[in-house]
Write a protein that binds this ligand. Structure first.
Ligand SMILES: *[C@@H]1O[C@H](CO)[C@@H](O)[C@H](O)[C@H]1NC(C)=O
Ligand SMILES: *[C@@H]1O[C@H](CO)[C@@H](O)[C@H](O)[C@H]1NC(C)=O
Ligand SMILES: *[C@@H]1O[C@H](CO)[C@@H](O)[C@H](O)[C@H]1NC(C)=O
Ligand SMILES: *[C@@H]1O[C@H](CO)[C@@H](O)[C@H](O)[C@H]1NC(C)=O
Length: 381
């Protein structure tokens, strides 16, 4: 190894760098320097502290919900028998959970028995004679197991016969105006208890200042009674931007959203639930195929002579889902130090920006550049 290359190698390893301060008496670069500092400080105070509340520890909500619907109705339309309805008839299932279903419309098929009848007409079930029907075939889209016979469905149409609950349900005859139109005036009491376990905070949506005489008479109204936990179904639907009577015909799913987001620091004031409502099943404005919400259930009877029969009900209605969410924040020393440190580290960018400005934009940039790095040899003294 030659002497010079050995020396330059040693320089790399053992040279010591020490920063040296250059004082630049220039208003422009001074302005850039202070402005960048100001920006960082504004970011720390404005965004990190005020908007993000990064000085807080957070916890998410744990909640329990019970619901109780009230109201009754009397229906007397041309195609159904007069009938009185109470909660046990139209809320399914009857246990009040965080999701409840209110029946508003239905197709009833009474007195079905286990017997044989001809299929509902459609291209795959219509037949001319028995050769078109296959004994034992059970099409999942059909209504029963085929017997292999071709029978009259009406005076003009013949279809394959099936073993099934007969007569078959004809659900194309859905009432065009909802049967239980009166359901718009039903009310629901929502009881919601929440906990923020980390902070040992427990709250109820029935606030301490609500007394029982108020609870007996109030209904939720965003402007006059924003903390009343009793909601009229029509108000819920209309706050979600829907028309109750229109939605009641084919059903749907509505979300009752309770926001418990809270700032638990003593300077932040009280913590109340905030209610909002939105339709959860999509109502596509153009494609209205298979809209709504429905399901089937049956009631079974046995006649004195032992024959079993049932009443099949295809129930249309609105399912209300209570969705509780929330995050609570409270001052914590650890997040404060961590987030403040992270935010203030942006201050180390300030000299970089100022140096860049000084070395590219100023007139005397070459002088500054020469001054910025000085190499001292050991012999200088
Ligand atoms: C089926 O309909 C045809 C013509 O509509 C009629 O002639 C025949 O008697 C009917 N069969 C039964 C079993 O009702
Ligand atoms: C609901 O109640 C209001 C009055 O409180 C009444 O005018 C309206 O007709 C009721 N709706 C139905 C469908 O009965
Ligand atoms: C219940 O509260 C209401 C106001 O919210 C008040 O007017 C009423 O007097 C209270 N009743 C009782 C029994 O405290
Ligand atoms: C809420 O109360 C105000 C004032 O009493 C009333 O005008 C408004 O119609 C009520 N809103 C609902 C949805 O009932």
């Amino acid at each position: 190894m030659s002497n010079t290359s050995c020396r330059s190698f040693l320089h790399y390893v053992f040279d010591y760098e020490t920063p040296r301060t250059l004082l630049i008496p220039h208003v422009g670069v001074g302005l850039v320097f202070r402005l960048s500092q100001l920006l960082v400080v504004l970011y720390v105070v404005g965004y990190v502290c005020v908007v993000q509340k990064a000085y807080q520890d957070t916890d998410s909500v744990i909640s329990s919900v019970t619901t109780k619907v009230k109201g009754f109705a009397f229906t007397n339309t041309s195609d159904t028998e007069p009938r009185f309805w109470d909660v046990a008839d139209y809320v399914i299932p009857s246990q009040g959970e965080n999701s409840f279903f209110v029946l508003t419309n239905m197709v009833v098929t009474p007195r079905q028995t286990q017997s044989r009848c001809s299929e509902l007409p459609n291209p795959s079930t219509s037949c001319v004679d028995d050769c078109d029907c296959v004994e034992g075939l059970s099409d999942p889209r059909g209504n029963g197991v085929q017997t292999g016979l071709c029978e009259n469905y009406s005076t003009t149409v013949r279809t394959c016969e099936v073993v099934s609950w007969c007569p078959l349900e004809l659900d194309t005859k859905l009432p065009e105006a909802a049967l239980l139109a009166a359901a718009e005036n039903f009310t629901v009491l929502i009881k919601n208890s929440i906990t923020y376990p980390k902070f040992d905070v427990h709250r109820r949506n029935i606030l301490p200042r609500i007394n029982s005489s108020y609870l007996k008479t109030c209904t939720f109204n965003r402007s006059t009674d924003p903390h009343c936990p009793i909601f009229r179904l029509r108000d819920i639907v209309s706050e979600a931007g829907e028309e109750f009577q229109e939605m009641a015909v084919k059903g749907g799913v509505l979300g009752i959203i309770i926001d418990w987001s809270c700032d638990l620091d003593w300077w932040a004031g009280k913590c109340f639930p905030k209610y909002s409502f939105r339709r959860l099943d999509s109502k596509h404005p153009v494609n209205n195929v298979a809209l709504g919400y429905n399901f089937r259930f049956a009631k079974y009877y046995k006649s004195p002579d032992g024959e079993e029969s049932r009443t099949l009900i295809k129930a249309y209605g609105i399912r209300f889902d209570v969705i509780v969410f929330g995050i609570a924040g409270k001052f914590g020393i650890v997040p404060t130090i961590v987030n403040l440190g992270a935010a203030l580290s942006f201050l180390s960018l300030v000299p970089v920006v100022s140096d860049w400005f000084m070395l590219t934009c100023l007139r005397k940039r070459n002088t500054y550049s020469k001054q910025k790095v000085t190499y001292l040899s050991e012999d200088d003294s």
